[in-house]
Design a protein around this ligand. Sequence first.
Ligand SMILES: Cc1ncc(C[n+]2csc(CCOP(=O)(O)OP(=O)(O)O)c2C)c(N)n1
Ligand SMILES: O=C1C[C@@H](O)[C@H](O)[C@@H](O)C1=O
Ligand SMILES: [Mg+2]
Length: 639
Amino acid sequence: MSTTRLTTAQALVKFLGAQYVEFDGNQERFVKGIFTIFGHGNVLGLGQALEEDTGGMEVFQGRNEQGMANAAIAFAKQKHRKQIMACTSSVGPGSANMITSAATATANNIPVLLLPGDVFATRQPDPVLQQIEHTHNLSISTNDSFRAVSKYWDRISRPEQLMSAMLNAMRVLTNVAETGAVTIALPQDVQAEAWDFPQSFFEKRIHRIERRLPSPESVQDAVKLIQLKKKPLLIFGGGVRYSEAADELVKFAETFHIPFGETQAGKSGVESTHPMNLGGIGVTGNSAANTIAKEADLIIGVGTRFTDFTTASKQMFGHADILTINVSEFHASKLDAVKVVADVKVGLEAIGSALGDYRSAYENEIEDAKQGWQDEMKRLYGITYGDDFTPEITDHFEDKLLEYKEVLGTELTQTGVLGVFNEMVDDNAIVVGAAGSLPGDLQRMWLSKKRNTYHMEYGYSCMGYEIAGALGAKIAEPDREVYAMTGDGSYLMLHTELVTSLQEGKKINVVLFDNSGFGCINNLQMANGMGSFGTEFRRKNPETGKMNGPVMTIDFARVAEGYGVKTYSVRTMEELRVAVIDSKKQSVSTLIDIKVLPKTMTHGYDSWWHVGVAEVSEKESIQTAFESKETNLEKARAY
Ligand SMILES: Cc1ncc(C[n+]2csc(CCOP(=O)(O)OP(=O)(O)O)c2C)c(N)n1
Ligand SMILES: O=C1C[C@@H](O)[C@H](O)[C@@H](O)C1=O
Ligand SMILES: [Mg+2]
């Protein structure tokens, strides 16, 4: 057996450089690059290996381990999971910072390879700097926390373990039904330890992403069910995008005259303008999709995980039968569905060819629902502040709006800004988002004029993904404008990969909607009987000890200017227009700091979200909210 003597870290890098995927006959290198933040836990092992030979991987330097890993997730998501990034961190806090990202990747079924440094396998120097000592179990380190949020987890305590660990890592990363975060913990001493690795370990490996075929029986079940129904509705999720199945979905919808609604992960799989596309569905859905969903007698879930936001906590289509087409048996089995476990493209093809001359019984309902939503969109775009102004989110704190208008110096409404912005960005530009009120507004209102232009992380809805995610999307699509759509809360939580974008010369545009608060959570608490508590950004009042002092303002544009970002302060529509036009001319990253009035985002359209309302309270409004929750729960499916 021919062998090569390398350190564990050198062998790992060499192995990663030899991994390829093949999908529909196209081959691509699997690991595009590696994000690094070096510390004592990885610099002399993996750092040394990369300095010597990167194995063809591009090396990036992150600013925060969560940020860099979020960028890695966004890269893989934008690449439809056909190419990934690895991330290496030091031991302890560096690795702990990646745990949130591991969870984000796993919740969204997006592959990412995390390589945190670990404490010494020999234990000789224990406790090494940043080691937690568990008196009941010395084998536990910070990295054991990744077990709960990874699809595959391993620790390399001896160099030769690398081989089985990495083959399994690749198995999971390239498995469309099981992918997510893969964590390979690398003890500092083992990274640098040498071993005679068999040459075969480094040979080029092609991981074929196969399209799983449905069983003929399951196709027959699906056909029988559809034929019994008059008003089916397709709901498509991220699976349609990852399987490159959009054309097949459109063909199916057109042939059988079945409309479709889109989830956050699915949106922009098909253009918003398609006559059968009702747009966003569920809690953050619009009136067109939600109205049709309520009337549907069959829901066909195509590549969707059916989260609570999609099903409106299982109330939206409480009485319809459910059919699923999903490559994951787990997701296909949800809602007690009739299931076709298959790649969604071949699943749709198989059902489509067996469905004969079926046609739904829809007459004008689809056009009417779409028209109703278009009229509503026009209204939302046109909302302006003025005398007797009533915000979209009403009965919360109209009396405070004047204060916000004066402190933020703005009369802009969030829906109005989105309307203008949507019209102005290039058709092929990518919008990236994750948390706050914007995902709701975007899923409802954003018109995706081209495919794969909407990039929303709403499986974990992780604040701080937006800017890092924009960087990842930009690395995946360097020739397109990428916009990070973020609230002030998300921006403050994590935005420092903006600096990485400057370092890399990868221009991103941050579109910051500053309403000085955790706006959507303020809406949520007040809609459920609470007061405004801990969600507005107000100074602490020293007399009361409460956060009910003056509204805070931050000049985000000025701060980002200090980084070297081209910035714009926007308080009027005219300033917005100038900023969007000028930002397109820039080659560096830009930030548009838009002050918007709170409560001017969209509200829900005929949907319910199950949240934990207090069963006991002195407050009548809470009691009412609790009763309303109980009533709604009765209308929802139990499982
Ligand atoms: C990491 C993380 N922490 C907490 C939350 C809960 N959360 C969701 S939205 C939100 C506030 C978002 O505020 P902002 O970004 O300003 O958006 P807005 O709702 O004001 O538009 C919070 C705290 C979350 N989604 N992610
Ligand atoms: O708790 C939440 C409420 C949602 O409105 C928001 O979009 C999401 O980020 C979240 O975490
Ligand atoms: Mg906010």
